[in-house]
Ligand binder design. Structure first.
Ligand SMILES: Cc1ncc(COP(=O)(O)O)c(C=O)c1O
Length: 356
């Protein structure tokens, strides 16, 4: 195999090599049965065993009680922007718009009922988390995006609401959270969990009955929960990769241990940015809410940015280009990015600055 690079892609993103290797082996031959895991029925014994273990390990890792259903669905996080209001919006919902994905979620919900954006930081180019809002506990739910993949902010502390709904696509299992504070958590898998095509939905069971009777089963969380994610054919191979990721996470010591490494990786990178005397400038000014997953910064001009990216790629540090509306650099340092990758990036940043 060719040498693996350090892949800083925002998503689909780097996965741990043991996860890829175990998944590749199971794709060809599952447990020596002469058939790959993607080739068996989702209703057969092999896949049922995979699904049950995936759910059990997910519950164990995140401390999810039986009060919650754990679903593995299709349609990505974007589909949840509609499914959440279709299932939960009866009177009015509140949204905090802290970035592009939160904005899309709020826009999608409008088609399904009355919504209110209680805070929006777009006028500050989403370089800060919005503040100074009033949460209404009477609203059906409050929707947030816990980590803003594009702009590099995160909620270091979560607002309180009896039904807090969070898009955690870009930090799921990257930090310890108390699931009991949430009504719904959803996350596209393709950053911290596995390949695209699977979305993890964790939903408090009392919310399952809120959907109108007219809602088709395929859009209804309760139908998916009643059928244990097998209402129709689930993304079977993707779910298998999640299982391997969960095994890997446990081998690392669980989410708390991984979070410590994530904190150390992010601190090293932010120190390099802040200590560069203004050569590198972090695009997030709200330091307490800087993302631990997506670190965004700019160089003094476009030419230097292009030269930096070129040199980084030559040294095996890839997919560092910032999102088009932000520019500069975005280093996505999800769970699977080892400290060695961040150390190599920081060394390059120092060397590049010295030679610029
Ligand atoms: C925070 C967040 N929410 C939603 C999405 C959209 O996910 P999907 O492409 O799976 O619909 C993304 C994609 O990067 C994201 O980062």
């Amino acid at each position: 195999m060719s040498q693996r690079v350090f892949n800083f892609s925002a998503g689909p993103a780097t996965l741990p090599l043991p996860v890829l290797e175990a998944s590749a082996a199971a794709l060809v031959d599952y447990k020596g049965k002469g058939v790959g895991i993607a080739e068996v029925s989702h209703r057969g014994a092999e896949f049922k065993e995979v699904l049950a273990e995936t759910e059990q390990r997910c519950r164990q890792l995140m401390g999810i009680s039986d009060d919650y259903a754990v679903l593995f669905l299709q349609g990505g996080a974007t589909q949840q922007f509609d499914l959440v209001p279709m299932n939960l919006l009866q009177n009015r919902a509140q949204y905090i718009v802290s970035g592009q994905w939160a904005k899309k979620a709020a826009a999608a919900a409008k088609a399904h009922g009355s919504t209110e954006v209680i805070a929006d930081s777009q006028d500050q180019q989403f370089s800060v988390l919005p503040s100074g809002y009033t949460v209404d506990p009477q609203a059906d739910y409050l929707h947030i995006c816990s980590n803003n993949t594009i702009f590099g902010t995160r909620f270091s502390a979560f607002p309180d609401h009896p039904c807090l709904v969070a898009d955690m696509s870009s930090e799921i299992m990257g930090r310890v959270i108390d699931v009991n504070r949430f009504g719904v958590i959803y996350a596209g898998a393709q950053k911290n969990l596995g390949p695209s095509g699977v979305v993890l939905v964790i939903i408090r069971r009392d919310l399952l009955d809120k959907a109108p009777d007219t809602l088709s089963p395929i859009f209804r969380y309760k139908a998916h929960a009643d059928n244990e994610s097998c209402l129709n054919t689930p993304p079977t191979f993707g779910i298998y990769v999640l299982l391997e990721t969960f095994r890997w996470l446990e081998a690392q010591g669980g989410i708390a241990a991984v979070e410590q490494v994530n904190e150390a990786k992010a601190a090293l990178l932010y120190e390099a940015i802040d200590g560069s005397g203004g050569f590198y400038t972090g695009t997030v000014t709200d330091h307490p809410n800087r993302s631990r997953m997506n670190v965004t910064y700019v160089l003094p001009n476009e030419d230097l940015t292009t030269a930096f990216l070129k040199r980084a790629a030559a040294e095996g540090l890839v997919a560092l280009k910032g999102y088009r509306s932000v520019g500069g650099i975005r280093a996505s340092i999800y769970n699977a990015m080892p400290m060695a990758g961040v150390e190599k990036l920081v060394a390059l940043m120092k060397d590049f600055q010295a030679s610029a």
